[in-house]
Design a binder for this molecule. Structure first.
Ligand code: MTE
Length: 322
């Protein structure tokens, strides 16, 4: 059985996705009519339309009282397409600890991303444990507009807030024999119900070579759309690697380990013939079950030709030219 699914094109067709003005009017209507979060929850069971989902998600985002970041935007990173609407991104996420569908936002209620500690360990001179607040205070926080490309052929363009992974690596001083970095997500069956499945290699892990991890694109992310990450996007801290398929961008990280071998990773362990370790975006290599030649933007349904390394070749092609 394959876990990563292609969602049919009709999932968010252009004519059903809501423009921001329609959406905002709906929000005003819900507010005016006194529909608070509880009554919105009541709507959930019978919810039919994308519009209703968006209204509920919007309320959830407000209820979460996500703290804003005052990070300046790094203008080196530009987009060739409009930003994805925040709600379109929030209702369509992959987080297999909670769901094998895109309805993660409905299933993360029990997940507790605070308090949170990230341990940096393994072949480093200065292993350290950071409370998430201390890590954010220590690092140079900035906003970057990146394109994101899932291996399932959907894509989005979003503003992430975070810091270069390179800066964290420099802080812990890897030993000369360290060749790879392994990232691990939390393991909490009571909060993430799919983690009880013995057939899957929990906790979710991912890995990079040290050279990839030191690349300036590799971004440790603590926010999206100017505020903290909502749970479904991988609160409180995740990785974002825009030149690789999205499964490398591991969410809710608790440990970063420096090693002298290629680490085992979740999808590569699960289905190695479909999900390779490198996972660089490449329009010329189809997935065994579908083409990677084009991608579909969340919300609008717009199609774009897939670009080599997702358009980031000038930053990363040199990593693979040997
Ligand atoms: N991280 C964890 N821990 N668990 C996951 O299931 N899914 C990956 C990645 N990170 C995943 C994960 C996949 S397949 C993708 S495409 C991206 O997260 C999606 O990020 P988004 O849902 O915030 O858009």
């Amino acid at each position: 059985m394959t876990l990563i699914k292609i969602l049919p094109d009709w999932f968010l067709p252009e004519n059903q996705s809501t423009s921001e003005s329609v959406y905002l009017n709906r929000r005003r209507f819900l507010k005016k009519s006194g529909l608070g979060s509880l009554s919105l929850l009541g709507l959930l069971a019978g919810c039919q339309t994308i519009e209703e989902k968006k209204a509920i998600v919007s309320q959830r985002l407000q209820d979460a009282q996500l703290q804003s970041f005052n990070a300046s935007r790094n203008l080196a990173f530009t987009l060739d397409r409009p930003l994805t609407n925040e709600y379109d991104a929030a209702v369509y996420t992959n987080f297999y600890e909670f769901s094998s569908d895109k309805d993660v936002w409905e299933k993360v209620g029990k997940f507790q991303p605070h308090p949170w500690t990230v341990e940096v360990t393994g072949l480093v001179a200065k292993p350290q444990k950071f409370a998430i607040e201390d890590l954010i205070a220590k690092m140079p926080i900035e906003e970057r507009l990146y394109r994101h490309r899932c291996v399932e052929a959907w894509a989005m363009a979003v503003p992430w807030t975070g810091f270069p992974l390179k800066r964290l690596i420099e802080l812990v001083e890897p030993q000369a024999k360290a060749t790879h970095v392994k990232f691990t997500t939390f393991l909490r069956e009571k909060e993430a119900r799919r983690q009880i499945l013995q057939s899957e290699p929990w906790p979710y892990t991912e890995g990079l070579t040290i050279k990839e991890a030191m690349n300036e694109l590799a971004f440790m992310v603590v926010g999206i759309y100017g505020h903290e990450l909502p749970k479904q996007h991988g609160a409180p801290i995740r990785l974002v690697l825009p030149w690789k398929y999205g499964y490398k961008s591991i969410k809710s990280i608790v440990q970063i380990e420096f090693t002298d071998r290629q680490p085992t990773t979740f999808w590569n362990t699960r289905i190695p013939q479909e999900y390779d370790f490198l996972a660089n975006v490449n329009p010329n290599i189809p997935h065994p079950r579908w083409s990677q030649a084009s991608e579909r933007m969340l919300g609008t349904g717009d199609r774009f030709a897939t670009q080599m390394y997702n358009g980031y070749a000038p930053y990363v092609a040199n990593l693979y030219n040997t």
